[in-house]
Design a protein around this ligand. Structure first.
Ligand code: UFG
Length: 340
């Protein structure tokens, strides 16, 4: 079976193509490399050259898509390609609505016209905004507080309408905090700029600086720092494979949205403690004010994906930090100047 993966050179995309190949799928990647890394797809190609084909281009380019479907019979799609920096989305909303929404509409139009179904969408906990209730289940109110989250919600709504009107089958996966790296050590997280807690601190440890900046210690939590639900990128990746299998194997499968998180919250200070334990380095911790738009607590309820798709989570926070440390300590400059 051939799966078309947009944004397959990105962090979660590249981990997912490994998981797809490990589970017997062949992968056709479209990526314009605006934030993805050619080194990531190269690493996968080295590992399994026969099962991956990479196209450099835009997922809304009808000519490229035509060419791809002439060459490959597509059995399912995973749509990762999107801009995903929350702060930037507030400063440059049109860039986000154009790429994440307008181009996705063109892409969906093409899929519909071509009769391609079985669509897995990379969504986010950002669709919930701030929630009074934790863990957050899928029926909770959807009130994004940033443009990025809004773009994800708009696409989820479009998919819902397409399902009703055309029987277009999809699963939206709402990620909480993706972190960690593949066990191969060949791919990992490398964003520019890096805004996420775990890679920021581990990069600092890898370069000997050992610095951590905590954004806010006046939240209504036990230690005053914000709580998040971190999920290993390899668990996240496998959830995409399972979702596709579910759509492909059950013709009468129901479309829907599923949370992906461990239903366990860790504060920023908890995470820093685990990082010190795993790296053996004492961190120099600096406290600054809250980062704009950060909710106090975001923890997933994950009953729905366990019950309906039979998903089993394999990893925990220690696996997340050890695997991320394995990646960052061997690649202190990310993909560009790998020092493995
Ligand atoms: N944080 C720090 N110091 C840092 C970086 C982050 O204290 O150097 C804090 C943040 O303020 C936050 C927590 O660590 O409280 C986690 O921050 P991340 O940037 O790692 O992750 P976010 O929770 O901000 O982002 C996640 C997803 C986004 C999604 C967002 C929804 O990665 O895709 O949740 O709120 F949009």
């Amino acid at each position: 079976m051939n799966i078309l993966v947009t944004g397959g050179a990105g962090y979660i995309g590249s981990h997912t193509i490994i998981s797809l190949i490990d589970n017997g799928f062949s992968v056709i990647v479209i990526d314009n490399f605006c934030s993805g890394h050619i080194e990531a797809t190269d690493a996968v190609s080295k590992y399994e050259n026969e099962k991956i084909k990479v196209y450099d281009g835009d997922f809304s380019d009808a000519g490229l898509l035509d060419d791809i479907i002439k060459r490959h019979n597509i059995n399912g799609v995973i749509h990762f390609a999107a801009h995903s920096l929350v702060g930037e989305s507030m400063d440059e909303p049109l860039k986000y609505y154009k790429n994440n929404v307008a181009k996705t509409i063109l892409f969906l139009e093409f899929l519909k016209k071509s009769g391609i179904n079985n669509f897995v969408f990379s969504s986010s906990a950002a669709v919930y905004g701030t929630s009074d209730k934790n863990p957050i289940d899928e029926a909770s109110p959807l009130n994004p507080i940033n443009a990025y989250g809004n773009t994800k919600l708009v696409v989820e709504n479009i998919l819902g309408s397409m399902d009703r009107a055309y029987g277009f089958k999809y699963i939206s996966l709402r990620y909480f905090n993706a972190a960690g790296a593949n066990k191969s050590g060949q791919i990992g997280e490398d964003h520019n700029p890096e805004t996420h807690l775990i890679p920021r601190v581990l990069k600092s440890v890898a370069t000997g600086e050992n610095k951590a900046v905590v954004f806010g210690n006046d939240y209504p939590t036990d230690d005053g720092t914000a709580i998040r639900d971190y999920i290993h990128v390899d668990d996240l990746s496998y959830a995409h494979v399972l979702s596709l299998k579910f759509l492909i194997e059950n013709e009468k499968s129901k479309s829907g949205a599923y949370n992906l998180g461990y239903e366990k919250g860790y504060s920023v200070m908890d995470v820093l403690g685990k990082i010190e334990e795993i790296t053996g380095k004492k961190l120099k911790v600096e406290f600054t004010g809250r980062r704009e738009g950060d909710p106090a607590i975001l923890v997933a309820s994950h009953e729905k994906i366990k019950k309906e798709l039979g998903f089993e989570f394999k990893y925990n926070i220690c696996d997340i930090i050890s695997s991320a440390w394995n990646w960052h300590s061997n690649h202190p400059n990310g993909f560009s100047k790998a020092q493995a």
